[in-house]
Design a binder for this molecule. Structure first.
Ligand code: AR6
Length: 180
């Protein structure tokens, strides 16, 4: 675990499973149709319960697919969080990928603020099935987390599942957030 400070907000790097994390909301790395079949999405539904998939389908039925960079919110079933924020990152190779990933991360923070939460936990969106190189994703995450105008959020956890990705994020975060 490693803690960085951005004004009055803590940015925490954590190695582990995001479905175990206690936070106002956990973020899911979703696809636009909110069909949670693989990666962290499947783990969230497995642990939180079918209510998360059901509410996700209801969201898409009502509002349509979530655009890349966008978010949707459901309850969190049996998880320790109150909400799941479903965030759609870009697939690696998209020429606008970095800007879209930045927008995804910003929209997660904005949604958590809008929900009045003091804490939110994010996985390394786009670095699994969507193929983003972890170092590139870490740069985007670090820059957004450094420059965001936090209001209520006191704690942003970035939860990395593998040792490799944890180490990569730590290197980049030390450089970008180390002095803040
Ligand atoms: N806790 C934290 N991180 C995890 C966990 C976990 N339990 N499990 C995996 N990761 P991915 P994407 C990490 O593929 O690339 C799904 O099928 C994983 O090591 O979940 O945005 C969706 O339905 C990786 O670093 O998300 C979409 O179709 C990171 O989470 C698509 O994949 C993200 O990997 C989204 O792809």
């Amino acid at each position: 675990m490693k803690v960085y400070r951005v004004g009055g907000t803590e940015v925490v790097l954590l190695k582990g499973d995001i479905t175990e994390v206690e936070a106002g909301a956990i973020v899911n790395a979703a696809n636009p149709y909110l069909e949670h079949r693989g990666g962290v999405a499947a783990a969230i539904v497995r642990k939180g319960g079918a209510v998360i998939q059901d509410e996700s389908r209801e969201w898409v039925r009502r509002y349509g697919p979530v655009p890349v960079g966008g978010v949707a919110v459901t309850s969190a079933g049996r998880l320790k969080a109150r909400y799941v924020i479903h965030a759609v990152g870009p697939v690696y190779g998209d020429p606008e990928g970095d800007a879209k990933l930045a927008s995804t991360v910003r929209n997660c923070l904005a949604k958590a603020e809008e929900l009045g939460l003091e804490s939110v936990a994010l996985p390394a969106i786009s670095t699994g099935v969507y193929g983003y190189p972890p170092a590139r994703a870490a740069e985007v995450f670090a820059e957004v987390l450094r420059s965001y105008g936090y209001t209520k959020l006191r704690r942003v956890l970035v939860v990395l599942y593998t040792d490799d990705i944890y180490r990569t994020f730590e290197e980049v975060f030390d450089r970008v957030l180390g002095g803040t």
